[in-house]
Design a protein around this ligand. Structure first.
Ligand code: HPA
Length: 237
């Protein structure tokens, strides 16, 4: 280490737990810390990206936002893995359903993350890299969900897209044909950084909207489903 603080994180070495939960939104990170962690301490507030470390049932856990999109997730996950000794990052976010059988509030575990981004270019691989979740984190999350017994969930591919407002009307159908479950904007960068650094990552998403039916969650539904997803992440951590 010896690289802390970093250009984007003001915390000192040792300030983060081995496992960091990452919602996209800084206000969600604050909510998690204030509502679910004991003795939560603010360890970063650069650019309003508040990071907290506390305990959950005696287990040391951190929570910090990733911001939106792969460049932002790429920066924060890189610095956490490389400079703060973080071993596990669990993204807790929302995603838009691509498959017609996915309903609003369903949970999607990203076993793999397809992408339309050029993030992998930096690794100069002589082929296409397949960004995948950590099997250990994925298996643990599945067992937590099975034990809860109340959550509708799917495990499979997500699409990490650089584009929210896509000009090409065919995009959804093309990924749908390949069985991709849902679209979000961060997991592929997270999974690639984890792979390159020999660390672990998992994305847990709740479906906030459907690109098939046009349905979207109300803010109340988003809160309830966020709490379910959070419980899965905290128990997996
Ligand atoms: N696209 C990208 N990211 C998202 C979406 C979406 O439709 N819904 C929630 N996160």
């Amino acid at each position: 280490m010896g690289n802390t603080p970093t250009p984007h994180i003001a915390a000192k070495e040792g300030d983060f737990a081995k496992t960091v939960l990452m919602p996209g939104d800084p206000l969600r990170a604050k909510y998690v810390a204030e509502t679910f962690l004991e003795d939560a301490r603010l360890v970063n507030n650069v650019r309003g990206v508040n990071g907290y470390t506390g305990t959950y049932h005696g287990k040391r856990v951190s929570v910090m936002a990733s911001g939106m999109g792969m460049p932002s997730m790429g920066i924060y996950s890189y610095e956490l893995y490389h400079f703060y000794g973080v071993e596990n990052i669990i993204r807790i976010g929302t995603a838009g359903a691509i498959q017609p059988d996915l309903r609003i509030r369903d949970v999607v575990l990203g076993m793999g993350a397809c992408t339309d981004s050029a993030f992998a270019g930096q690794f100069c691989l002589p082929g296409t890299f397949a960004p995948i979740a950590s099997y250990e984190l994925l298996a643990k999350a599945v067992s937590v969900i099975e034990e809860m017994g109340t959550v509708r969930y799917r495990v499979g591919n997500v699409l990490s897209s650089d584009v929210f407002y896509n000009d090409n009307p065919d995009t959804r159908d093309l990924w749908q044909k390949m069985g991709v479950l849902a679209v979000e904007m961060e997991s592929a960068a997270l999974y690639m950084n984890a792979a390159r650094c020999g660390k672990n990552a998992l994305t847990i998403c709740t479906i906030s909207d459907s690109l098939v039916t046009g349905e979207a969650t109300t803010s109340e539904e988003r809160q309830t489903s966020f709490n379910d997803m959070l419980k899965i992440a905290l128990e997996t951590a």
